[in-house]
Design a protein around this ligand. Structure first.
Ligand code: ATP
Length: 335
């Protein structure tokens, strides 16, 4: 394994070609005997983003990760990382990647510090002091400083995952690939792991697989949704959460609403109102064609009359809505 100088500054990502995509795949496919685990995946992951790779069990997430790491070969199509081919240049690629497998294995009798020292010794030459500083920095980053000298068999699931992230990050990789980093953890353990992941944003690109929607909504810039080996949605999380029906405002009103309805419908930037009820209030979903005009004028129109406005907000979808829509509807959303 090539060695790096441990004393060097954190690296900026060194791309071998001009795009800002760290990961790119073209029609990437994998068939195991008669199982089509992955079908024609076109994936793009931007530099310095956190990309949540989401899909139900068996969707093909681990298969994709193994293909990216060069651990298995594609049946068809291609994949590149930093512009290098994942089959032909996987050794070079791996020197710049940190990887946390779904179930990381440790030497249980070793402490966290010893484990990181062992991993660091595979990567670095250089003064012992600099290596120890790097280890201390990693322990701090994953909040394990106070537990650094305890054997790993005493660690909780969350602590083990955080140690796994520290281990994957110890050589300051340009890309960190995490396979289901929080899947087996309780809510507190998950929260801590997600916090560590969001801390990594300023150092590296993070690509992580999960089947937990809430995690993706909490810590991701972009989302890729895979189902039955096929890409069903890909894009910035806020675009996916904005939905496909345009900009919609939720307005709850108390009082006689008819005059206000006519006034709102008369605005050129209002495309329609869907009526509903919420706790005895009138609940509107107002679709607009011009978000700026709506932001500036819609609430003003309503508060100027005799009505009481009990709620006013832009409609946002939960990722669960989008997920169900694309998984169950078989719909393709590509932003
Ligand atoms: P999970 O969330 O359960 O880990 P996943 O999205 O990671 O699922 P994969 O592990 O990539 O999904 O599996 C995709 C499909 O390929 C599944 O149907 C699985 O059974 C099949 N598969 C994976 N590895 C192999 C293999 N080595 N041999 C045969 N089939 C395989």
């Amino acid at each position: 394994m090539p060695q790096a100088d441990v004393g060097s500054e954190r690296k900026g990502s060194k791309m071998n070609h001009s795009t800002s995509y760290v990961i790119e795949t073209q029609a990437l496919s994998k068939t195991y005997k008669n199982i089509h685990a992955l079908r024609g995946l076109d994936l793009k992951v931007q530099q310095n983003s956190i990309c949540g790779f989401l899909g139900p069990n068996g969707a093909g997430k681990t298969t994709t990760i193994k293909l990216l790491l060069g651990l298995i070969r594609p049946t068809a199509g291609s994949a590149s990382i930093f512009g290098m081919d994942c089959v032909r240049q996987s050794v070079d690629i791996r020197t710049r990647i940190g990887y946390l497998p779904q179930e990381p294995h440790f030497y249980e009798y070793m402490t966290a510090r010893e484990t990181l020292r062992f991993v660091a010794s595979c990567f670095f030459r250089g003064p012992k002091k600099a290596i120890e500083e790097r280890i201390a920095e990693m322990l701090e980053m994953v909040d394990l400083t106070s537990k650094a000298d305890r054997p790993i068999h005493t660690f909780s699931g969350g602590e083990r995952q955080r140690l796994g992230i520290a281990q994957a990050q110890v050589n300051y990789p340009d890309l960190l690939i995490l396979d289901e980093p929080a899947a087996s953890l309780d809510p507190l353990g998950r929260r801590d792991v997600l916090e560590v992941m969001s801390r990594l944003r300023k150092y590296t690109t993070v690509f992580y697989s999960t089947h937990i929607l809430d995690d993706v909504q909490r810590v991701s810039d972009t989302v890729v949704i895979l189902n039955k080996g096929q890409l069903v949605a890909q894009g910035p999380i806020e675009d996916l959460l904005a939905g496909s029906e345009g900009v919609v405002y939720i307005v709850h009103l108390r009082g006689e609403v008819e005059a206000a309805r006519q006034q709102v419908l008369a605005q050129p930037w209002v495309s329609g109102i869907i009526d509903g009820q919420h706790n005895g209030d009138c609940a509107w979903q107002v679709s607009v064609s011009d978000q700026q005009a709506a932001e500036a004028q819609l609430l003003k129109l309503l508060v100027n009359g005799p009505l009481v406005v009990t709620e006013f907000r832009r409609k946002q979808y939960e990722l669960e809505d989008v997920f169900m829509q694309v998984i169950e509807g078989g719909q393709h959303v590509r932003k």
